[in-house]
Design a protein. Structure first.
Lengths: 337, 263
């Protein structure tokens, strides 16, 4: 059954966020021949709209308004609901970001539709509705849900849907007016921004590989070892709460119950014991590797592969081996040394 | 300041997860439902604000089967909340997020609140959509992923940070406001025994299932179809090695050729 689908994308530093390409690809798979419309909102949209027009959509709408500049869920949701109505879309797909979840709730209420977020898989789709899978209980279970009715809202989880290959011919781009926004939902304003401490690689929740370090690293400066390993893999760096509590790394690095949830293809836990509060933040990872000197560390119970040993010996050897097989240069070391 | 704090009864984190006999959802037989996760931190945050602004009152609200919701509300009263509202879930009716927001809005409509606090996500389903779903339902500004929430009496505004993938935004927003709290390291207090005993006798306001049902749409739009547990991780395959270089070589070979996760 073909249906119109609206895919919403965010932009970062004037570019389309990768999560927007994933939303476009999911929208395409749900449309079953219907029209896929990409939507960007905010100000200065030319760059992201151009990139979205090559991300596998049939057309792109730009909704430009100063009130949409900051990422505020309610004004955006009003704009999304208006664009969905204007394009006769019956499904809205939102990006797998923290803001995507906020949007799912607000669009669900404004558009009066069932909404869910953190979708890792579209299990099925028929005339009645859409069945999706999403992790629950900190990745300890997967819940499948069927959403039904004339309107459905889904927010994805990052890294769950492969983006479409870039289209040769860009889709047409048109502006669409923003709806009138009630002053009440616009009260207040942003007064500052602190960029997340850069891990030097991809963003933690969006990365395909994550290398995390724990108290076993013994001192903040030893994180350099992990950062080198992460660089050799193109990975993001994470940490246990023991590390962020000690101030070795800012809290934006923390993985776990009270930090970030990650679900990369590969998670490497180094000098992390594997407390349940850490495990719930990373257990949905596809492959887990643990490096720990204690053979009884609980992390080995959830890991797929384990190395019992001193991380100060294992990690540098691992970095060197990965560089070797990937053909990367080893800075400051002579070959064969 | 009048504060509403919304708490969802969720299975105790130690409870064993297994599918219900029909395989559709969590088997709740014998499972204890508690106040947990971000909701516990939201209650702590509500109490901290109450202590810092004289004359404040905190009302806890829970929607669920009556026995579970009552248990959780008594826990909030024992911690120091002043009042509690129980929204009785219509038995057997599955609710989607927008419907849950409609139901929770019934409690919000009972009296004006300056702040409606929720967890950024519930401790079981972790959907993370209710804070903004409720805000949109009642037409107030709503923000989730909020950290470091403070009240500034001088300007009559809330000041807070909001976490995004790119970093932390700082906001100033006047009351009334809906907030999904991400603060989870505020070391929630534990209740004293005498307060636990006292809380058993405190009154709880009730909104009956019929009234909740009347606020919902005509037919359910979301239904659980399957509850799946991951295949048990049988423990790691341990790499046997002599020198560290051998361990590295073996691991890289496995990750590249067998698991196929290397770039
Ligand atoms: C309410 C609450 C919420 C929490 N939330 C989180 C959270 O979100 N995230 C989180 O991570 N934690 C969280 N925690 C903390 C959690 O319980 C653990 O305390 C924490 O994860 C431990 O961190 P760690 O594994 O780095 O340290 P430790 O438990 O001290 O483990 C260090 C490990 O390093 C190993 N080691 C030591 N030296 C070496 C070496 N030379 N080579 C190799 N291995 C070595 C040791 O064998 C040990 O296993 C939370 C706790 C509570 C109570
Ligand atoms: N049944 C409920 N009763 C009270 N509060 C709820 C309920 N469901 C969700 N909430 C609130 O909404 C937040 C987010 O829930 P969710 O969107 O389901 O992840 C929770 O942390 C609670 O604060």
């Amino acid at each position: 059954m073909s249906r119109g689908v609206l895919a919403v994308a965010e932009s970062v530093d004037g570019h389309l966020a990768a999560s927007g390409r994933e939303a476009a690809a999911a929208a395409r798979s749900l449309s079953e021949g219907g029209t896929v419309t990409g939507l960007v909102l905010g100000t200065a949209l030319a760059g992201p709209a151009g990139e979205l027009s090559r991300a596998g959509v049939d057309r792109v709408l730009t909704m430009e308004a100063p009130a949409l500049e900051g990422r505020r869920a309610l004004p955006w949701a009003a704009g999304i609901a208006a664009a969905a109505a204007a394009t006769s879309a019956s499904v809205v797909v939102l990006p797998g970001t923290a803001f995507g979840r906020e949007l799912a709730g607000a669009v669900g209420s404004l558009w009066d539709a069932p909404a869910t977020a953190g979708v890792t898989e579209i299990v099925g789709s028929d005339a009645e509705g859409i069945e999706v899978a999403r992790p629950a209980f900190g990745g300890r279970a997967t819940q499948r849900l069927k959403l039904t009715g004339p309107r459905i809202v889904l927010a994805l989880r990052a890294n769950s849907v492969p983006p479409a290959p870039p289209a040769a011919v860009p889709a047409p781009i048109e502006p669409i007016p923003a709806p009138e926004l009630a002053a009440g939902i616009l009260a207040g304003e942003p007064v500052g921004f602190a960029a997340a401490a850069s891990t030097g690689g991809p963003e933690l929740t969006q990365a395909a590989i994550v290398v995390s370090g724990g108290r076993g690293l013994k001192a903040p400066e030893n994180f350099a070892l992990l950062e080198e390993l992460a660089r050799s893999l193109g990975a993001a760096v994470g940490a246990s709460r023991a590390v962020t509590d000690a101030g070795w790394k800012p809290s934006s690095y923390q993985v776990g119950q009270t930090g970030k949830s990650v679900a990369p293809q590969l998670y490497v836990a180094v000098g992390i014991s594997g407390a349940i509060q850490h495990l719930v933040g990373m257990m949905s990872s596809r492959v887990i590797v643990a490096i720990n000197s204690d053979p009884n560390a609980p992390i080995f119970r959830v890991a797929d592969f384990g190395i019992v040993g001193d991380l100060f010996q294992i990690v540098p050897a691992l970095t060197a081996e990965i560089r070797r097989v990937r053909g990367l240069a080893e800075p400051g070391r002579s070959p064969g040394a | 300041m009048e504060i509403l704090v919304l708490v969802k009864p969720v299975p105790e984190s130690e409870s064993r997860l297994r599918p219900s006999p029909d395989g559709r959802q969590l088997d709740t037989e014998g499972v204890k439902f508690v106040l947990a996760g971000y909701d516990e931190s939201a209650v702590e945050q509500a109490l901290l604000l109450k202590e810092s602004v004289p004359g404040s009152k905190v009302r806890a609200v829970a929607l669920g089967p009556a026995a579970r919701a009552e248990e959780v509300l008594r826990a909030t009263l024992a911690l120091g909340c002043d009042a509690a509202t129980l929204l009785e879930a219509p038995p057997g009716r599955e609710l989607d997020g927008a419907e849950t927001a409609r139901a929770l809005a019934l409690a919000a409509a009972k009296g004006p609140a300056d702040l409606i606090l929720l967890g950024k996500q519930s401790g079981d389903q972790e959907t993370g959509i209710l804070p903004t779903a409720l805000a949109a339902r009642i037409g107030r500004p709503g923000f989730s992923n909020v950290l470091d929430l403070r009240w500034d009496p001088g300007s009559n505004r809330f000041r807070f940070a909001r976490a995004t993938e790119a970093g932390e935004e700082r906001w100033e927003v006047p009351a009334p406001l809906v907030v999904g709290l991400q603060q989870a390291w505020n070391d929630p207090r534990t209740a004293k025994l005498q307060n636990i005993l006292r809380s058993r006798k405190l009154p709880i306001d009730r909104i009956p299932a019929a009234e909740v049902a009347a606020a919902l749409g005509p037919a359910p739009r979301e239904s659980a179809t399957k509850f799946l547990l991951p295949p048990p991780r049988t423990g790691a395959k341990m790499i046997e090695y002599g020198r560290p270089e051998e361990a590295a070589e073996q691991l890289v070979r496995i990750l590249r050729d067998t698991a196929r996760v290397l770039p």
